[in-house]
Ligand binder design. Sequence first.
Ligand SMILES: O=C(O)CCC(=O)C(=O)O
Ligand SMILES: [Fe+2]
Length: 372
Amino acid sequence: MIDREPAGSSRHGSNMDPSINIPVNRDAITEEVAAAFAESEVIPERYCRPDEVHDGIVVGHDDDEAYELPVVDMEKLLDPELAEAEIAKLGSACQDWGFFQLVNHGVDEQVVNEMKDSTVKFFSLPLESKRTVEIQDNGFEGFGHHYRRASGKLDWAESVILLTQPIQERNPEMWPTNPSSFRDALDKYSAEMTKLAMRIASIMATDLGVDQEALVGAFRDKQQSMAIHHYPPCRHPDKVIGITPHSDGLGLTLLLQLDDTPGLQIRKDGRWLPVRPRPGTFIINVADILEVLTNGAYKSVEHRVLADAEKGRTTIVTFHEAYVDGMVKPIPEVLKLNGAEARYKSIERLEYIKGNFVALSEGTRFLESLKI
Ligand SMILES: O=C(O)CCC(=O)C(=O)O
Ligand SMILES: [Fe+2]
């Protein structure tokens, strides 16, 4: 096991399986941090990373090329007359971009609104209330910073991370009770996200040309977790990073943005492409495990968040794990269909999770180590 104790707090362990010790480092949001976020005139050293902000060309609004993410329409996906073309669109988005925007998603609007409302209320509480669900030494769940990287630099955001499925693995003590609507809203939202993820998986199976069950089965009854982020505005947006560049480690990510503040950028052809917020849509992205399952047909793409000078930004990000027979590996049907050799090593699911957390803290990409 890799176990390091950087200065400050050390947070190890996982709620996933107490028998394996996974290094997870998340720093608390202290009064000093909250004051720096609120004032943002002087950027404390631990948040100051202008070189990283300027690392890579950002595609600008004036550039000729379209930089709108592909838009996929769920109503068309489900319409027998329009499905074929729309599924092809989804497929090529997953191959070329690793991301798409989903419109007419069919997720219960009331459930979404209650979750949004509870989230906004939670982040607007005084710090001491939010700290009632602060990250603990033995887990990755709760309120605090995002994962700390090897550089020791911190992201300009406050986040609640929770394991939301399966229900019996939840840690209710980490779920906010203020506002009083929060737990019920999250419970319902989590169920809606499971339905949406399964529906998308079944459409992806059609696109890949494999049996529904080959992909849907990989996602069924697996873990779901959520990261609920608030990125405060920052007077020096060229000095701080909202979320360090990364690709998502699990299978499929469903991102809901609560406002129209820009900030998310995805890596495309070596440049950063700002995603224009589109209210009422979900941003869906292929994560590392899905890249492995599809033997590299779908791409898990790096992304980051920058801060905005004027406005805060809030997102609710839902991650779905997937694996086959306890293993993260290319789906046998996918290989058979294409007569292809596996391009990724097979790895036991908990070993994968552990390797991924280690790589995250080291600033490397675990997926790379699995490539054959
Ligand atoms: O908040 C966002 O827009 C992105 C968050 C993200 O990439 C993550 O939580 O993995
Ligand atoms: Fe992400």
